[in-house]
Design a protein around this ligand. Structure first.
Ligand code: AMP
Length: 170
């Protein structure tokens, strides 16, 4: 069985993984982490609860950490506010020993705090497509520097009719 040590992750991430109590990588983590670290595009399929968030978040944080910047460089799109909040929480915990910071964008709440957070230029934006498009339209979401895109639960996003919004964001 693979170990986290053998996946090529930096010590700050190994420490965060240990602190979370993860002992061995799940199958999707063992496959996706080295592929993403090597710069490949990846499509992953796995059931809920199989650790797919860390499967993309760990190598993403590592690659952002290797090339520091001061603008949003990674965009993670997800279909629901609950999922956006959950992904953000996992990223905050996994990135705790790095300088990488994330924030959330979703509808149904005031946009003002989100706009303020975007002005602080986080590394990672975790967003629902609709609100992100609103903020991009009003010039409040700087997306020019995005190098990494994650479509979480891509199948659900398509089922829920998000394809036109995703196309516009792309
Ligand atoms: P996810 O599929 O990303 O929603 O993750 C499901 C749950 O598994 C979350 O509570 C994670 O914190 C946890 N988890 C992720 N990776 C591991 C791992 N390698 N070992 C144990 N738990 C994990």
């Amino acid at each position: 069985m693979a170990s986290f040590d053998s996946l090529g992750l930096i010590p700050q991430l190994l420490k965060a993984v240990q602190k979370k109590g993860y002992k061995t990588p799940t199958p999707i983590q063992a496959k996706a982490i080295p592929a993403i670290l090597s710069g490949r595009d990846v499509i992953g399929g796995a059931q809920t609860g199989t650790g797919k968030t860390a499967a993309f978040a760990l190598p993403l944080i590592e690659r952002l950490n290797a090339n520091p910047g001061n603008n949003p460089r990674a965009l993670i799109l997800a279909p629901t506010r609950e999922l956006v909040v959950q992904i953000h929480r996992e990223i905050e915990l996994l990135a705790r020993y790095t300088n990488i910071r994330a924030m959330t964008v979703y509808g149904g709440v005031s946009a003002k705090p989100q706009v303020r957070s975007l002005r602080r230029l986080p590394d990672i934006v975790v967003a629902c497509p609709g609100r992100l498009l609103d903020l991009a339209g009003s010039g409040d979401a700087p997306l020019d520097g995005i190098d990494f895109l994650v479509l979480d639960e891509a199948d659900h996003m398509l089922d829920m009719g998000f394809l036109p919004d995703i196309r516009k964001i792309l």
